[in-house]
Design a binder for this molecule. Sequence first.
Ligand code: ADP
Ligand code: NI
Length: 225
Amino acid sequence: MLHPLNTDLIARTADFVREKFLHEGSGHDWEHIRRVWQVARALAEETPEANPLITELGALLHDVADWKFHDGDEEAGPRAARAWLEGLQADEHVIRAVETIIREVSFKGVGVPTPMSTVEGALVQDADRLDAIGAIGVARAFAYGGHKGRPLHDPDIPPVQHESFASYKQNVAPTINHFYEKLLHLQERLHTPAAQRVAAQRHAFMETFLTQFLREWEGQDLHPA
Ligand code: ADP
Ligand code: NI
């Protein structure tokens, strides 16, 4: 159970993040944060060793200043979270735990391991990754691609297995490539059995989507066999 003071800390943080993200159109909208928060909270309820305050604050603040929108400054997120939580006089150990979650949470390329050093971080990463797959994952990928002016697909540009964060960051490929470079790999990179169960059907849906997309692209559905 959360102490009332901690419930207040979470509610104020939710208001702060909602305000900040309400008009963001790149797939980092408040509704993404809200879903990650709800899923992380549900995972924490099934994980007795997870501190619910750290899990919920980590989920709410995990994208607070994403590197993709801050010229690659990977410390922008932890810095913004610290400034906000210090203003609310949160405990130093809570602030540090949240900073660690933000530093570790992001996907950095298929060939780059992203272990989480805390159980709360593992729950936030699972929740974040579940929101990148399935029907919502498909919608978010194309919203992001549109925001960046990318084509949907180009059969002449093959997907790349990024082996470093630097190469992953520089990616400007068509959006379909993102499925092969990231989204289809997320199912294998989850920590909790609960998230793995949810991921199985979301993953299957993405495969169905891709099969149909490529069939339509090639006009194969015009003349069914
Ligand atoms: P995460 O929250 O796992 O760190 P990101 O912040 O990298 O994910 O991405 C936010 C959303 O934008 C996700 O749904 C992700 O799939 C999508 N996205 C990120 N990079 C690309 C890309 N190159 N093409 C299409 N979608 C992308
Ligand atoms: Ni996120």
